[in-house]
Design a protein around this ligand. Structure first.
Ligand SMILES: Cc1ncc(COP(=O)(O)O)c(C=O)c1O
Length: 418
């Protein structure tokens, strides 16, 4: 009998998995794979962390669905309070949704209502989701948008500094990108028509490419000057992935709105946007909502996840494992010139592969990922417009021995696919 499953999902592997624990997933025949995809940067505390499992089980016996328009369950406020404690000081009031795309839609709807302006600026290489609005905001690959035109209007795209690819110094890349942003404001969407800029502090799908702090600061200054809202999409980079609770923190930039999903609840589908109370109060009552937002099990999973992430020493492990991973990859780069660039904060590590002419080498990335999976029992994904970046996004609970295991599998793949 044929499958009754839609065939639309792109597949990274054809593995049939039956369980996951910590950094490993297990297939039906009992084979274990080291899962450095984390289900696309989601299983922050590892698969089935006992504290998250217990919180979900306990909450499921109390309430599975307590619809936010009909009545309020206690965890809505408890989670909002907890999020306010870990978010940048500018963010203290929260709205809940279910996925990253939905939260991005919510952020744009808030920005339009709060400013009374129509347009949004995004950055080259962005990925914000699969809904029509978020497809229009997504520029990491045409494949995400092809066949769906026309997409919503009012989205403008500014360059994202990419020093390595453009052959610029970091300073030059930043200054060129800020000049281009100013030009966009002067020539395409003036401040009076621009509600918000939406930026990933580390490009995710676009290639695990960090936005330099000076670029974020320059954008923040311009947003403040023009009354444009600064929206940080921390869907992929948030909740410890970058070695700090949110990737924007080291830049000192305080966003007006922050979008959160993925790692927030270790895999239970819940997302949120945060803003100041003053900004949220400009969102007219009833002008947005949703059946499932603020689901009690999602809130419980998020609270348990945040407890794990904020436990003493947890973030030290993320930082140390990230350093270990980047050091290992940089050592390999010394003898394998195909590794053109190793980058990214915390455990959001990108490894860009190039051919002998310095051009993107997606075929090599595909061959390496296949070898890692088949011979090394290591799962990795690619990223980048050209598909030539291997992204390393292990669960944040990864151990030193597991990083070494991943590096050993990758070394073997490099040597046998040369
Ligand atoms: C930065 C970013 N924003 C938004 C999204 C969309 O999230 P979702 O797939 O949960 O809709 C993603 C998903 O990869 C993402 O990486």
């Amino acid at each position: 009998m044929g499958s009754h499953l839609a065939d639309v999902w792109f597949q990274v592997t054809d593995l049939q998995v039956v369980s996951g624990h910590g950094c490993y997933v297990t297939t039906a025949d009992g084979t274990e794979y080291l899962d450095f995809t984390s289900g696309i940067a989601v299983t922050s505390t590892g698969h089935c962390h006992p504290a998250v499992v217990a919180a979900i089980q306990e909450q499921a016996a109390q309430f599975i669905h307590a619809q936010v328009n009909c009545y309020r369950h206690p965890l809505l406020e408890v989670l909002a309070d907890r999020l306010a404690g870990i978010a940048p000081p500018s963010i203290d009031t929260f709205f809940y949704a279910n996925s990253g795309a939905e939260a991005t839609e919510a952020a744009v709807k808030l920005a339009k209502q709060a400013t009374g302006r129509p347009n949004i600026i995004v950055f080259q290489g962005s990925f914000h989701g699969r809904s029509h609005l978020t497809m229009a905001m997504t520029t990491s690959k045409t494949g995400y948008r092809a066949g769906y035109q026309p997409l919503p209007s009012g989205i403008f795209v500014a360059p994202f500094p990419y020093a390595f690819r453009d052959g610029h110094s970091e300073d030059e890349a930043i200054s060129r990108a800020l000049d281009a942003f100013d030009l966009l404001l002067a020539s395409q969407s003036g401040p009076a028509e621009t509600a918000a800029v939406v930026i990933e502090p580390v490009l995710g799908e676009g290639g695990y490419l960090p936005a330099p702090p000076a670029f974020l600061q320059g954008l923040r200054e311009r947003c403040t000057e023009h009354g444009v809202l600064f929206v940080a999409d921390e869907v992929q980079s948030g909740f410890g992935r970058a070695g700090t609770m949110f990737a924007i923190e080291p830049s000192g930039v305080e966003p007006d709105v922050m979008i959160m999903a993925k790692g927030i609840a270790s895999g239970f589908p819940i997302s949120a946007i945060g803003a100041s109370a003053e900004l949220m109060n400009r969102w007219p009552k009833g002008s947005h909502g949703g059946t499932y937002g603020g689901n009690p099990i999602g809130c419980a999973a998020a609270l348990a996840t945040i407890d794990v992430l904020t436990a003493p020493g947890f973030m030290d492990n993320v930082v140390a494992r990230g350093e270990q991973l980047r050091a290992g990859l940089r050592t390999l780069a010394e003898t394998h010139p195909t590794i053109g660039h190793v980058r990214g904060p915390g455990l959001m590590v990108g490894c860009e592969l190039v051919d002998g002419n310095g051009k993107p080498d997606a075929a090599r990335v595909a061959a390496l990922a296949a070898h890692c999976r088949e011979d090394g029992r290591l799962l990795l994904m690619n990223a980048g417009t050209a598909g030539n970046v291997l992204r390393w996004m292990p669960p944040l609970v990864v151990s030193a021995a597991e990083i070494d295991q991943g590096l050993a599998a990758f070394t073997a793949a490099l040597e046998s696919t040369a």
